[in-house]
Ligand binder design. Structure first.
Ligand code: ARG
Length: 659
């Protein structure tokens, strides 16, 4: 049930008398923030009055005169310059709640026509340890996929693993030069991870040494720029030049700031090696490590027997490693077609582009030139190597032939925007304009200091450790003896552990999903695992309370099937407010789909849990004034439980019956 859509159908009818194309005006229906103005407000009279040259209030009166919403609403009221306020009838709400009791889908309609949608998400580069940055694509992509499937679409999820790139060059190099075959055989995952870290550290060290040579000059220049800008500001006379001078000072300072941060991170990288004699000796013994690693990667791609054998041996270990995390996060995929899957298709893809006249030679490399971009998309390097972009074109072709989708969503970091813009431009050139392709981009996870989240040694925080920390926190907050003591009958160890695991992992997911995907956010375990505020625990607790009441009533959710037939009005505003929240579930899901933004569902859950808390504080359920009222309140409790559980499940979050 999508209330604004139901109303907008009626507005379309009413508006036909005033305008040829009423649809855009009819859809201008918004929920109000204040019940004083009704539940929804139609805002069409003002813009339409401009278009047809009429007084907006008069027009609103005329629209209302021909509007038939009697089935849903009290007589509409006109407010201010021409707002049409709509208050839903209690009897309609009550009937909708009755319908909802009989519907496991919570009255969410099924998409017609359904679309075939591929969601490309998670897609980490394996062989290197997963870090906190990987959580975003995994959690956002999973929530989008679940929501679209629930809405009735035909969803295919694909984990486009980076299983063929430089990171394998790194572990192959590490294994050949520093690896202990026995150790790797015995303890493959941690051994390979530490080889990866070692070689990566050596590469970063070399890079840092090189960049640090240029940095002093750059810093001096940036400092001089700040001084010049400040002088200009001092001499600026009129407000306009003062304003622009202030801007220049700010931007010069920002540049200096970022260079200083860069310098600090270079120093850390250099110190971490130079403070350790053994490491320094290794660094000195492998001065060309970066190009040697690339060499190993090239050999792998060219089919070198030894490297291919090592890759075949290592890949399953890398997959075990990430699968452990997917298990903990309760995330699965329909397909895991990594980059390696497309390897044999890359040559033909480039030939095909050349044949179509889309790709051409440029200084030995093969490039697709695109009018909208300054730099072309390189699809084969001078040395014959293919690129990330080449694989993505091959992937696109494969998906089209194999699955024939209507839509492909790429849930990938915002920093890859240009890559996807180019990819989509190429796709249009090769005749894929019928498929809707969207880069569902997202921002960065920051530490509480506002900078990208790092450990003290400067590496990104590992994902597993983070999950463990969250579970520990949840154990402290939710399972502390004082809280737990009050639960009757007492929780045994097993149940307590289940609660800690569920709340801990959910906290991380929920916090990530609660921000609009395009914004960066600060990672704070304390805030995430709190019982108050917009957190998973708050919503899960609301759910547990619904279950507590049902237990007391001696009924399961599905046994609550009726609201007393005589009841057609609410007896307390908190009942009505909660009922409306419950009936707005589909609106929240539609917003998730519209913008591919699960935070709309998180906001909805928080609002619903708050409305439930107000209801709980004000309305006795089992000791209500009459049985009829109890029947309504029990229905509200059961439906709140159902809506929260279903909505959380679409975010990939579980509930517990008691906490
Ligand atoms: N492996 C890539 C990375 O970690 C992300 C891949 C996203 N999907 C795609 N089809 N390009 O940056």
């Amino acid at each position: 049930m999508h209330l604004p859509n139901l109303l907008s159908v009626r507005f379309t009818e009413a508006l036909k008398a005033f305008v040829d194309d009423p649809a855009p005006f009819a859809s201008m229906i918004r929920a109000t923030n204040d019940p004083k103005f009704g539940d929804y407000q139609a805002n069409c009279a003002m813009p339409l009055s401009k278009q047809i040259g009429k007084n907006p209030r008069e027009l609103a009166t005329e629209i209302v005169a021909s509007l038939d919403v009697n089935e849903f609403c009290e007589p509409p009221e006109i407010a201010g310059p021409g707002f049409i306020n709509l208050r839903l009838k209690d009897s309609f709400l009550m009937q909708s709640l009755r319908d909802m009791l009989a519907d496991e889908r919570c009255l969410v309609s099924i998409a017609d026509p359904k679309r075939k949608i591929i969601v490309d998400f998670s897609s980490p580069n394996v062989a290197k340890p997963m870090h906190v940055g990987h959580i975003r694509s995994t959690v956002i992509g999973d929530a989008i996929a679940r929501t679209l499937a629930f809405l009735g679409h035909d969803v295919l999820t694909d984990n486009h693993l980076g299983d063929w790139g430089t990171q394998f060059g790194i572990i192959i190099y590490g294994y050949k030069h520093f690896g202990d075959p026995d150790q790797v055989a015995k303890n493959p995952v941690p051994e390979l991870a530490s080889l990866y870290r070692l070689v990566n550290q050596l590469i970063e060290y070399r890079k840092a040494k090189r960049s640090s040579q240029e940095l002093p000059t750059q810093l001096a220049e940036a400092k001089a720029e700040v001084v010049t800008a400040e002088q200009t500001l001092q001499n600026a006379g009129d407000p306009k030049s003062q304003k622009s001078a202030k801007k220049s000072v700010a931007s010069a300072k920002k540049k200096l700031d970022s260079l200083e941060t860069q310098a600090e991170s270079l120093r850390e990288k250099i110190d971490s090696v130079e403070s350790n004699p053994a490491l320094l000796a290794q660094a000195n013994a492998h001065p060309e490590v970066a190009s040697a690693v690339l060499q190993e990667t090239v050999k792998l791609h060219q089919g070198d027997a030894e490297n291919l054998e090592l890759w075949t041996k290592f890949l399953p270990y890398c997959k075990d490693e990430i699968n452990r995390i997917y298990n903990r996060l309760n995330v699965t995929f329909d397909y895991t077609l990594g980059e390696s899957f497309y390897h044999s298709m890359l040559g033909p893809v480039v030939e095909d582009l050349e044949k179509r006249g889309l790709a051409s030679d440029s200084e030995g490399a093969v490039c697709v030139f695109l009018d909208e971009f300054n730099a072309p998309m390189i699809v084969r390097k001078k040395d014959g190597a293919f690129l990330y972009a080449t694989t993505d074109i091959a992937t696109l072709k494969y998906r089209l032939e194999e699955f024939n989708p209507d839509e492909i969503l790429y849930v990938v970091d915002s920093r890859q925007s240009e890559h996807f813009e180019k990819l989509f431009a190429v796709a249009r050139k090769i005749g894929m304009e019928d498929v809707k392709m969207v880069h569902v981009n997202f921002g960065t996870v920051l530490g509480e200091n506002g900078k990208p989240l790092k450990t003290r040694s400067g590496t990104l925080i590992g994902l597993e450790g983070l999950l463990d920390d969250a579970v520990d926190r949840a154990r402290e907050v939710v399972c502390n003896p004082e809280r737990i003591e009050k639960i009757d009958p007492p929780m045994d160890d097993e149940e307590r552990e289940l609660v800690a695991q569920t709340v801990g992992i959910s906290a991380i997911k929920y916090a990530d999903l609660s921000h609009h995907r395009t914004s960066d956010y600060s990672f704070s375990l304390d805030k995430m695992v709190a019982l108050e505020g917009n957190t998973a625990a708050y919503v899960q607790y609301a759910y547990a309370r619904t279950q507590g009441i049902l237990r007391k009533a001696g009924m399961t959710e599905s046994e609550v099937t009726a609201i007393d037939a005589d009841l057609s009005e609410f007896t307390h505003p908190a009942e009505r407010a909660l009922a409306i929240k419950l009936l707005r579930f589909e609106e929240a899901l539609a917003s998730v789909h519209q913008d591919y933004a699960p935070n709309a569902l998180v906001d909805y859950l928080y609002e619903t849990a708050k409305a439930y808390a107000v209801f709980n504080d004000n309305c006795h359920v089992l000791k209500a004034e009459s049985e009829a009222i109890t029947s309504l309140r029990l229905a509200l409790v059961a439906l709140t439980g159902r809506v929260i559980r279903v909505a959380l499940s679409l975010l990939g979050i579980r509930v517990v019956a008691r906490m």
